[in-house]
Write a protein that binds this ligand. Sequence first.
Ligand code: ADP
Ligand code: MG
Length: 461
Amino acid sequence: MATYIHDLKDWPKFRWSHEALAAPLAAVRFRQGRLIERMEGLGFQLRAEAVLQSLTEEVLKSSEIEGEVLDREQVRSSIARRLGMDIGALAPPDRHVEGVVEMTLDATQNYAEALTKERLFNWHAALFPTGRSGMTKIVVGAWRTDASGPMQVVSGPSGREHVHYEAPAAARLERETRPFLAWFNSNEGIDPVLGAAVAHLWFVTIHPFEDGNGRMARAIADMALARSEQSPRRFYSMSAQIRVERNAYYDILEATQKGDLDITPWIEWFLGCLNRAFDGAEVILASVLRKARFWDAHAEAQLNERQRAVLNRLLNGLEGKLTSSKYAALAKSSQDTASRDIDDLLRRRILVKDVGGGRSTSYSLIVTTANALRAVAQYIRAHADNSVWEGARMPSAEEVADRHQMIGLLADRIDALAEDSRMREVAYAEFEVMLAELQQQGFFPDGQLVSAVAFARQRGQ
Ligand SMILES: Nc1ncnc2c1ncn2[C@@H]1O[C@H](COP(=O)(O)OP(=O)(O)O)[C@@H](O)[C@H]1O
Ligand SMILES: [Mg+2]
């Protein structure tokens, strides 16, 4: 039988190389400080939106690591409601969403309070409100038992499972968790970011519950990170990054749990992953700013509540394409009303019709000039063969092919312009030159799309 880290004589006396970790830790702490400073400097609204998005990411991705896909909008509205933010009430979230949100918020908002056995039991009960994990009845709100054999992390088809890890026997759990909790609450002279790394590993190694240990370990790490910042405001999601690096995460956990008590490589991996999570914060910030700019630009627009609600869903990142029936469902309106609302948004060039595609027409949101340019390029590619030939003569196959290629190249150039996302005056002039060149090829892009570029540019986006 394999030996695991918790079988070692000195367990749980973890060791690490201060020398190896000093530089990466300093780098992470520096970036963390800079990030928090920038985010705190945002106005109240933007900051609240950034926190909401970060926490939403955290809940979604921590669950997704374990294969549980939650509804983004439900998670978002559940968090918003608990943080006292008014984002327009939606259908009440399902119990699983509420549970994992409750745990994540308790961990991060009440980070300064002691972590106790009761608190862990409450989190566990919240995670499994039906007393089941999938179809299987499990022990909820209490340590696991050995009733169905030892606790193993396995993969592969049943009967031929590969055992990655075996956790301490159930009889040891009381003895194992007590020192863990005492250490976690003591704040004894270790940098709290290192503490987050150690706590994550320690907890998932004890694996004290029948299920949910991964999600709880990540909530505990978040709690330690909140302590390291002395702030309940989350501006990044470490779980989102772990989700991206899931295979490496499992590998390093497995290697560490089979290794000795020197956990330097685990901590190095954890710090690296956290550092990369800070990059993800830039994406969140960009999305927050995009949304804010969009509403600034449309501050004067007479949009109705339905339109605002659906646009917000699009700005938050709607799964799949927007069709008129989806609009009706989101706005809880009739099909007729949905069509009228959409027509109005098309007139305002806030939505544009997608090209080609399936049976039902779908629409895309235009926020930036770049969005509109890409829509034009897409249209050109889809219709590259529909150019007008002057005169009575039939063009030769070669002429047709040449023209097709020319039109395609112009579409590429328009896409390249879109890359230059804050379009400058000169770039707009370039766009007009390209339109003229298209016309020389007998090609006339959809007028609505062309004016969407002009509209977006005028809005200063
Ligand atoms: N190969 C592995 N070796 C060691 N630990 C692993 C491995 N694969 C997964 N784990 C850990 O076990 C967790 C899964 O445990 P589980 O109790 O099912 O928690 P959850 O249901 O929240 O995922 C993972 O999130 C991860 O932390
Ligand atoms: Mg699980």
